[in-house]
Design a protein around this ligand. Sequence first.
Ligand SMILES: Nc1nc2c(ncn2[C@@H]2O[C@H](COP(=O)(O)OP(=O)(O)O)[C@@H](O)[C@H]2O)c(=O)[nH]1
Ligand SMILES: [Mg+2]
Length: 450
Amino acid sequence: MIETIIALATPAGESALAVIRISGPLSHIIAKEACDCTNPTPRKTYLVDYQSCDGETLDQVVITLFNEGKSYTGEDSLEISCHGNPLIIELISKDLMNRGCRIAQPGEFTRLAFLNGKIDLPQAESVAQIIAAKNEQALALAQRNLKGKLSNKLLSIQKNILGLQASIEAHIDFPEDDLIKEDHNKHHQNVKTIIKELETLLLQANRTKLLAKNIRVVLAGLPNVGKSSLFNALAGKNRALIHSDAGTTRDYLEFDIKIGKYWITLVDTAGVHNASEEIELAGIEMSLEQAEEADLFLWVIDNSVPHPSELPKDFTKLIQSKPTLLIRNKSDLGENDWIPNYKKTPKAINISSTEKSGLKQFERLLLELIQEITGVDSENEYLVSIRHELLIKNCLDELSHFLQKSKEKVGEEITSIHLSEAREKLDMMIGRKTNEDMLDILFGEFCIGK
Ligand SMILES: Nc1nc2c(ncn2[C@@H]2O[C@H](COP(=O)(O)OP(=O)(O)O)[C@@H](O)[C@H]2O)c(=O)[nH]1
Ligand SMILES: [Mg+2]
């Protein structure tokens, strides 16, 4: 028997309105028996009294019926907009349960939409991503996924693999036409193109992680170079303690600011004083924790003293491991254009935190760097979740096995298996191949009512 599920679709608590969602075969009966609305026109709203089984009017509500196949879940569905009083919501929910409904599991509506073929798995996941999006970029990309852009991309990659496999397997069926060298090269070229596309998606998995939160920008450098002064200049208030004696900052401070479209969390590094946390960087103000969590470093130096000052080797390594902007501070006291001799030269800017000069250009450079690492202004971007990331890696493994085995000339029967496996990974991403455990985990992360 197909059950009818219900859940509150709006946040719990007092509000002007609340929406209770119902999905399943009882939808029509509830419209008729609780709302005195027989055969309502689908998608049309009706203002009615909601009556409990005991004949009590619980609230004046607006209902909308959606017919099977034309609803979010694909089943008959009913939405009840009642007044947003938790007591009313509880009374109606209890009454609906008396009428045979049960409370939905987290994500169950979206799971039904997936199982009934209304959406595929990347689209289902994008529903959760839309709800959880913390900034405009993440939201825009989640909306793209919901429209099926990621699914289309995966399908096109899968089609290319299938085409390749068909062409290879033709030789298995007709072994007398040995694979000529030209075909071999063509196949390899095709696989390499597919690998590139998958690698681009992997890069986007990293960016997706960045978009799930504020970008963490950590100030780093020797004591007394003006990190806290810069932090204050950006935060607009005297939040960080500034002192002309070295090592004044005793704990780390955070401040959220918006640069362009991006929310960043600016972190003023502490003078490290907890030995267990100490990074092997004598004299540098940055804890291991701050360094690990940074998405981007602002490396502040004192522009007024002759440079370069010797920096610990570990610090140099660290600063090269992440995107870094070099800030030559105190330029009011004298300017120089020192730049470290690194493989990848960091972008650099001269500023004065106390005179507040150079800050506009600094923000522009920072924005450029953030755009480089998030790279979300292109039309070909998607949100790529951790689940996708793992499957893309598996798919890439299969393709490199394919390349390896065909080099070893082990025969098309064997190399072709790797292409089947690669396609299967894509099937799992799209949701053509699933298992209950995976769906439980995936939809379990949703909120109830979605
Ligand atoms: N002239 C000048 N002094 C600065 C500038 N920025 C910071 N200072 C001074 O440098 C000293 C150390 O600054 P602070 O921000 O505490 O450095 P931190 O140890 O790196 O956090 C303070 O006396 C500041 O007033 C600047 O742009 N110009
Ligand atoms: Mg400081």
